[in-house]
Design a protein around this ligand. Structure first.
Ligand SMILES: [Zn+2]
Length: 292
């Protein structure tokens, strides 16, 4: 753990209807530059202007990784696993240790639901040669699984990622539910297609009493660059045009419906709202609304 992370909040827990929602910081990396991956249609000076207007450094960005745990109806579902052991010498892979801060043990996870199969979302599913969450079954989008398993549509830059997928995910297929758009993971938690960041990327919607939360995975990868410029090409997206279309659709929906969001790469605690701002959007971190 670096000094800067020593006193950083890493766990956030609240109730939503009958559900308990916990977000846990798996870790953070500083990446340079901003373009790529973000704002690939913008010049260096345009990016500097955007960064300054948002009180951000212009030379790089912090990439944080925040899995979400939801307990509803007696079932505990973990959304994405963080980096696991491969992140631990490099500022990530803290999910399992920090689960305990929220009162959970790895044995308490009933379902691991994947938004998609990039390393920060799947690598922590195994600990050595053992499943990290020994009592869990798994849920994944059918399209996502098939695309990685088949491999022919996976872009060249993701070949190492595909090797990781083949090592980690197909061996769990016996305990895996393959989801279509609209399928329930457990009662009250429903999968929604948002393809593009990966070929079969899924989001998950919690509904409890009259309250909702969208776990949107990687529909956006940065709270400023993705929301203010949803049409900019992003290097992280595997199907860049489809990712832009999904990003625009989901941001419009979330802003219109004032839907609470948990975003894997939004600033910790990664819980917030999206406000329309002309043709683009702004991220508004949730604060005391969720206590009232
Ligand atoms: Zn990610």
């Amino acid at each position: 753990m670096s000094g800067a992370d020593a006193y950083r909040p890493a766990l956030h827990r609240f109730t939503l209807g009958q559900a308990d929602v916990t977000t846990i910081l798996d870790g953070a990396h500083i990446r340079e530059p901003i373009n790529p991956p973000f704002a690939m249609d913008k010049s260096e000076s345009e990016i500097a202007t955007i960064a300054q207007a948002n009180n951000l450094p212009a030379n790089g960005f912090e990439n944080t990784y925040t899995p979400t745990v939801i307990t509803v109806g007696g079932q505990t579902v973990l959304f994405d696993t963080g980096f696991g052991a491969m992140g631990r010498d490099n500022g990530a892979g803290n999910l399992v240790r920090r689960l305990g801060l929220g009162g959970y043990a790895p044995e308490d996870i009933d379902v691991v639901a994947f938004t998609h199969c990039h390393p920060d979302h799947i690598a922590g599913v195994m600990e050595g040669d053992k499943p990290t969450f020994p009592n869990a079954r798994y849920a994944i989008g059918r399209r996502e699984y098939d695309a990685w398993n088949d491999g022919s549509e996976i872009p060249e830059q993701r070949q190492q990622n595909r090797d990781m997928f083949l090592k980690l995910i197909p061996p769990l297929a016996q305990k895996m539910t393959f989801l279509e758009d609209g399928d329930a993971v457990v009662p009250g938690l429903t999968a929604e297609a948002a393809f593009g960041h990966s070929l079969g990327h899924m989001m998950y919607r919690l509904e409890s009493d009259d309250k909702s939360l969208l776990v949107w995975g990687d529909v956006t990868n940065h709270y400023v660059f993705s929301l203010q410029f949803p049409e900019s090409t992003v290097g992280f997206d595997d199907d860049k045009d489809m990712a832009i279309a999904s990003r625009k659709r989901v941001l419009d929906m979330v802003a219109t419906d004032r839907l609470l969001v948990s975003g894997h790469h939004m600033p910790f605690p990664s819980i917030g709202y999206v406000e329309r701002h002309g043709e683009s959007y702004r991220w508004t971190p949730a604060s005391y609304q969720l206590r009232m």
